[in-house]
Unconditional design. Sequence first.
Length: 226
Amino acid sequence: MAQGFFVTGTDTGVGKTLVACALLHAFAARGKTVIGMKPVAAGIEGGRYADVEALMAASTVAGERRLVNPYAFEQAIAPNIAAEKQGVEISIEVIVEAYRRLARQADVVVVEGSGGFMIPLNASQTSADLARRLALPVVLVVGMRLGCLNHALLTRRAIADLGLACAGWVANGIPPGMRLVEENLLALSQRIDAPLIGTIPPLEAPLPATAAALLNLDAMAGCPGG
Ligand SMILES: Nc1ncnc2c1ncn2[C@@H]1O[C@H](COP(=O)(O)OP(=O)(O)O)[C@@H](O)[C@H]1O
Ligand SMILES: [Mg+2]
């Protein structure tokens, strides 16, 4: 079975896909076979689900698409609402089964959650329930913008309350860049009891390989082979 990680973030659009792809690159650079998974994608653009494509491109093993992405909804709206509109119910068990099958095919599986940690997936379950059911260590991506201290600390607490490990967190400088970023980084470092895996500044070309070079896998709790 693979070592898995569940990538969550302080919000949507904070760099989860960038960091998930960067983790895949970084593990692959260490000689690991890697697969990215996006259990629930919402928002099709130009006929493509960008997150799924990015994760597949960053994988060294070609997982079957229906396993990599069991649920895809065309509208860029909350997954539970998108599912309801299409008369579909997102099943965590279906996702867990897909994960298990992928986990037999690679050394590392990186699962990108949808939205923020507590985003509902159906009438009674959230993305946090999925992380708990998968029992994976969580990587928290903090989009460095005003409001992130509250979102980051709430998310860290939610991870701990579920009894899940936090493998670490990444400070991601989403454009245009935050005022007093150093002070905010310090405030987070002092309060998040998990290792800082890396700090990514606002990048002109936010490519996974560029972000991967800024991550320190050895800092991660539970890093495979680390
Ligand atoms: N450090 C960064 N520098 C520049 N652009 C970034 C950075 N991080 C993310 N982005 C861009 O911001 C957008 C949202 O990032 P993404 O990884 O898709 O977030 P999420 O998966 O959390 O929704 C994307 O267009 C991405 O390329
Ligand atoms: Mg994403």
